[in-house]
Design a protein around this ligand. Sequence first.
Ligand SMILES: NC(=O)c1ccc[n+]([C@@H]2O[C@H](COP(=O)([O-])OP(=O)(O)OC[C@H]3O[C@@H](n4cnc5c(N)ncnc54)[C@H](OP(=O)(O)O)[C@@H]3O)[C@@H](O)[C@H]2O)c1
Length: 245
Amino acid sequence: MNPSSKQKILILGASSGIGHEVARRFIEMGWSVGVAARREAPLAALKALAPERVEYAQVDVLAEDAPTRLQRLAESLGGIDIYFHCSGIGSQNRQLELSIEENTVRTNAVGFIRVMNWAYHYFEQRGGGHIAAISSIAGTKGLGPAPSYSATKAFQNCYIEALEQLARQQNLHIRFTDIRPGFVETALLGDSPNYPMMMSAAKVARSIVKALVGSDDVKVIDWRYRILVPLWRLLPRWIWKRMRL
Ligand SMILES: NC(=O)c1ccc[n+]([C@@H]2O[C@H](COP(=O)([O-])OP(=O)(O)OC[C@H]3O[C@@H](n4cnc5c(N)ncnc54)[C@H](OP(=O)(O)O)[C@@H]3O)[C@@H](O)[C@H]2O)c1
């Protein structure tokens, strides 16, 4: 598919943070945009920017009807070319509170595959398309302060890679983009100012839009993290486990 011919995108997790910024940009670029999340008010505000080109739906990845709702939303746009998955949760959990660990896995792993499964079959039936998701650089290594968050992000990296291979084996014309930002100033990080190399959601959204209309299959944001991440990967386990994060 010619990237410039893609004009319809569905974004799940568009009610705040990175997803909201990306949605705003695509609306400004004249695309037809479907936006979804649990909170409706911010979605309605996006629709108000271009009521004739924006549709929204309330979707919870934890609910079994999420695929049905996404299908309806895609149909209300007359079909989509890109599905962009921005929904997710994450928090530090040094106390290893079980409810936080379980909820993170439910949203970032079980909810994630529920919706990726819908997107895969949607584009299979449509004869091709583009699936993109924000995972994170947090999936590079297990992070002591955020065990389930880092583990679910590694899961997402691996799952996208697996679907990419499966689609090729099945001769499906589905393209995948795994977006891996470093720290971004959004509600997900809470009020803590203590994160290094923090980026604004607007800056990250600009890079994401470029990656989605371009041909990236993995996009680490930004250049500083593109240097850092391979170095982290090289660190031997005996050093990593001694690091104080
Ligand atoms: N902020 C960072 O430093 C950073 C870095 C790397 C990667 N990321 C990833 O970027 C993605 C977006 O996060 P963000 O930083 O933009 O945080 P955010 O502002 O908290 O946005 C999270 C989005 O996910 C949606 N969401 C959460 N649970 C959901 C559910 N059960 N069903 C449907 N939607 C749900 C939220 O909408 P509702 O609450 O309205 O449902 C919201 O739109 C996440 O996957 C996050 O892991 C963030």
